[in-house]
Design a protein around this ligand. Structure first.
Ligand SMILES: NC(=O)c1ccc[n+]([C@@H]2O[C@H](COP(=O)([O-])OP(=O)(O)OC[C@H]3O[C@@H](n4cnc5c(N)ncnc54)[C@H](O)[C@@H]3O)[C@@H](O)[C@H]2O)c1
Length: 458
């Protein structure tokens, strides 16, 4: 048997990564970063549109960070917000961020002054008129974003690129309200936008090739890895992430406790487990949206509402002193919380689930193989261009352990036959969410790996 194809009968060791494998993972990440820039139907010689002046709409967490990322490479930015407080808060956050870097010796006072001088606040949408690129970063609300794009259509200069920082809304629906859908594109930055290395560039149905090329190049100039995605709920990154968190939550309903899931993920190499991450980000992120979706979501599959119940109990995470863990005042160390654990056990019983112990390998398989299966779907539908694009998205934007190479490379290392066998087992047991991706089944039938698809595409 070829050493690359693991014996499907042998159990894979998720925790031991040899020096040789670590080196291969590092080489894979370098290769993936180079590959991401390549777009088969948009040659590297495509003339770029000028990006001399940018307007960012929405001076919140993302807008401020995006403005800083642009100022870092010397591009003047007009940061526009609808409310005076919003703008003032945004500008002072930018100033505080820079001041923090200066006090830590990471930035000189002169650089701070220079960058601040490049960022101008405004309360007038008309100020987009001089921009070559507009990046919208208002609340995640389709109606609001469409309203902004209608205004941009009327106010921006012809040929200006109109980008949205949506985390997952349909960019075609946003483009459709304009008379210039060829200029509309997704520019999905990650938080904090001036630090995080990933930029997902989202290609809508009518986005012009030179718009894509210009944003990919801008990402590179900002020191980021730009990865091209097509429209899909959550694009590449959040689509896989949805599968990862869903299984983590189902695991808790089925028998694991939050600290057990987190311990397995940390042993695999994540800096933090998913429940500690939820507590840090705030369990109420997306609360309203999820509540609203409950009424209309399909009833033929299992859903997980535990996090909503935690919010209803005031368990918002670190900020409220309790969430999936308990926190002492002024300390971010997560502690097990017996009150929560009792609640979880009661919830399982209420749902008619007989809790079963989950070992760390089963925890990892459920958290990781859902991502691999979704990754295969994205490849099949052309949402992601190549397997290594998914890996680099995960390595740069989602804290996937670098030495594990990324979800798709990991699946190749385990052996797709073994991964599919587990996905089929989980499908038989848990149903809907584990339907094997047809591409994964085909690769196994043909005795191929994700890396072979990469070679096909090259
Ligand atoms: N926060 C994240 O981690 C993150 C990551 C990636 C993408 N995103 C996406 O970025 C976008 C912004 O998210 P955020 O976290 O920065 O939100 P936020 O709530 O911090 O900021 C939104 C800002 O938009 C302003 N605003 C609202 N309506 C406006 C209007 N009509 N005109 C001008 N300004 C207006 C608000 O005053 C506020 O300052 C959302 O689409 C979100 O999904 C967020």
């Amino acid at each position: 048997m070829n050493a690359f194809y693991a014996d499907p009968m042998a159990s894979f060791d998720f925790f031991t990564v040899s020096d040789d494998e670590r080196q291969r993972a590092a080489a894979h990440a370098r290769f993936a970063a180079q590959q991401a820039a390549r777009i088969p139907d948009i040659p590297a010689s495509t003339p770029l549109r000028p990006v001399g002046q940018v307007a960012v709409i929405g001076a919140g967490t993302m807008g401020g960070g995006i403005a800083m990322a642009l100022a870092q490479i010397g591009i003047p930015v007009t940061l526009i917000d609808a409310s005076e407080e919003g703008l003032a808060r945004g500008l002072s956050r930018v100033r505080d961020n820079y001041a923090g870097s200066v006090s830590r010796g990471k930035l000189t006072q002169a650089d701070m002054d220079q960058r601040l001088a490049l960022i101008t606040g405004s309360l007038r949408m008309q100020d987009v008129a001089g921009a070559d690129l507009v990046i919208e970063a208002v609340f995640e609300d389709m109606g609001l974003k469409q309203d902004i794009f209608r205004q941009l259509d009327a106010l921006a200069r012809p040929g200006a690129i109109l980008a949205t920082n949506t985390s997952g809304l349909d960019v075609d629906e946003i483009a459709a309200v304009t008379q210039r859908p060829q200029d509309v594109v997704g520019a999905h930055f990650f938080s904090p936008a001036h630090v995080m290395k990933l930029l997902e560039v989202v290609r809508a149905a009518q986005t012009a090739p030179d718009v894509i090329a210009t944003l990919m190049d801008l990402g590179r100039r900002m020191g980021k890895i730009a990865v091209l995605a097509r429209i899909y709920p959550g694009f590449i990154g959040n689509a896989l992430f949805r599968n990862y968190t869903r299984e983590a939550h189902f695991l808790v309903e089925d028998g694991a406790l939050p600290h057990e899931v987190d311990a397995a993920l940390k042993k695999f190499g994540y800096a933090m487990g998913i429940f500690a991450v939820h507590d840090m980000a705030g369990n109420d992120v997306g609360y309203q949206t999820r509540k609203a979706q409950m009424a209309t979501r399909p009833t033929d599959r299992r859903w997980n509402d535990l996090i909503l119940k935690l919010c209803d109990q005031g368990r918002l995470g670190q900020k409220s002193g309790k969430g999936w863990y308990r926190y002492e005042k002024g300390d971010r160390t997560p502690h097990r919380d017996s009150e929560l654990e009792t609640f979880i056990v009661e919830e399982s019983a209420r749902m008619g689930i007989t809790r079963q112990p989950m070992d760390e390998v089963e925890i990892l398989k459920r958290c990781l193989y859902g991502m691999v299966n979704e990754g295969a779907r994205l490849l099949e539908q052309g949402i992601a261009q190549r397997p290594s694009d998914i890996d680099i998205t995960y390595l740069t934007g989602y804290g996937f352990p670098a030495h594990q190479g990324g979800p798709m490379a990991l699946a190749d290392r385990i052996g797709l036959e073994a991964v599919l066998a587990d996905i089929r087992r989980l499908h038989a047991r848990y149903g809907y969410w584990w339907q094997p991706a047809p591409l994964l089944e085909r690769l196994v039938r043909e005795g191929r790996r994700f890396a072979d698809l990469q070679a096909d595409a090259a």
